[in-house]
Write a protein that binds this ligand. Structure first.
Ligand SMILES: *Cc1c(COP(=O)(O)O)cnc(C)c1O
Length: 392
């Protein structure tokens, strides 16, 4: 197969051999990047956040695709995602969010990664394990997660600046709000960042890169741009809000979830009485799909869940199994062993939307991407389409 030079090429073979796959549209991801870039002032750098294996879309191939655009760097939480990105030959600046441990220092050093530092203890442990560590100071502006408090931020900056071997490349925060917050405190978080930067400037310690905007910030708070932004969800077509201040037309990165029919049979009386399972009837044609709850599908098959086969919608039947799900093929008499079954996406003139799947699975669209499993092969479509399809 003439696949070399295409991002994620060998995944196609794995998809064929396994019989189920996710189809990822790398053009959509590049398009989404360009939509963002077009809205940002030129001096603002973009660090693409590709955590959780690029939201299930594959950190290596997604980084490879974005590297063909003028993206400035990447950020991930897992060293393994960083390894996948470097293995694609992508040499851009790569920031590790909190998640990496000193035991990974040799890998971090050899891959030339930048670590996040939220405390003096972290700073000392990285200094002890990495020669000339490159760091971003992480601050917590009111999200109550990792990061130094605003009170501690400049003390930490000063400690880091005191070490000649430490290169402080930037300071960043994850502007985000807890579900318990009733009114937005985005402004308070921005005020806290400004206060830290004022103090840092007085001390001559303001790093070259200040960053605090993820998808929500970059779409709705241009005043938070500073020197760089690190959205993630946005690249996959997940806008986070309905009417963003910055109008972007995003396209979904996940085109299809596909599986194959691994068994077809007509039920007959020799099986004994039909068990009291929802939807299994005597005389029906029963199919089995080679994908189950071990592959990210909900364990309780939601009522109303369907698969597309030979261009028709066919009911999925509970319960799901680790590797298999039943499907009612009674109305698809020409269905055959090996047929493709689409669980999300389009087949013929039928389609199952992201919204439909997210609702059935009891989650939202980011939650749907988070359900994508790393062991399912991904096929990378890059069709150079120019048509703009807004994400509903
Ligand atoms: C997840 C994350 C992001 C990206 O968030 P999105 O909402 O996906 O854009 C940015 N920065 C940090 C520190 C994160 O943890």
């Amino acid at each position: 197969m003439p696949l070399s030079g295409i991002c994620g090429a060998d995944h196609a073979t794995a998809a064929m051999l396994r019989g189920n796959w996710y189809e990822i549209d790398l053009d959509a991801i590049r398009h989404n990047y360009r939509q963002l870039r077009g809205q940002l002032p030129r001096h603002v750098k973009v660090y693409a956040c590709l955590k959780r294996n690029a939201y299930g879309c594959g950190a290596g191939p997604v980084a490879c695709a974005l590297a063909k655009e003028d993206v400035d760097g990447f950020a991930v939480a897992s060293v393994l995602d960083a390894v996948a990105i470097r293995q694609e030959g992508v040499s851009h600046p790569l920031l590790l969010y909190p998640g990496a441990l000193p035991v990974a220092a040799p890998t971090i050093q050899s891959l030339d990664l930048t670590v996040s530092v939220s405390s003096v203890d972290e700073l000392e442990q990285w200094r002890a394990t990495i020669t000339r560590p490159r760091i971003f100071i992480k601050v917590d502006l009111g999200f109550f997660r990792a990061g130094a408090t605003p009170f501690e931020a400049c003390k930490l900056l000063a400690r880091a600046a005191g070490f000649a071997d430490v290169q402080v490349e930037g300071i960043y925060a994850h502007m985000s709000e807890l579900p318990t917050t009733h009114t937005s405190n985005a402004k308070e978080q921005l005020d806290r960042m400004h206060a830290i930067l004022r103090e840092a400037s007085v001390l001559g310690l303001r790093p070259a890169v200040v960053m605090m905007s993820s998808t929500e910030g970059v779409l709705n708070h241009p005043e938070m741009d500073f020197d760089a932004v690190d959205p993630g969800a946005l690249f996959f077509g997940l806008p986070d809000s309905d009417r963003p201040t910055r109008p972007v037309m995003l396209r979904p990165a996940l085109k299809t979830i596909s599986a194959s029919l691994v068994s077809v049979k007509r039920l007959d009386a020799s099986l004994g009485p039909v068990p009291g399972i929802f939807g299994v009837n005597p005389g029906m044609t029963l199919g089995v799909i080679g994908m189950g709850w071990g592959d990210g599908f909900p364990r309780d098959v939601p009522r109303g869940a369907v698969g597309l086969i030979r261009g028709k919608r066919a009911r999925l039947l509970p319960p799901a199994h680790l590797e298999h799900i039943r499907i009612d093929l009674t109305d698809v008499p020409d269905a055959r062993f090996g047929d493709e079954v689409v669980l999300l996406g389009r087949q013929g003139n039928q389609s199952i939307t992201h919204e439909e799947v997210a609702t059935l699975w009891g989650t939202d669209i980011v939650g749907l991407y988070a359900q994508l499993r790393d062991h399912i092969p991904r096929i990378y479509a890059a069709m150079q389409t120019t048509k703009e399809i807004p994400h509903e």
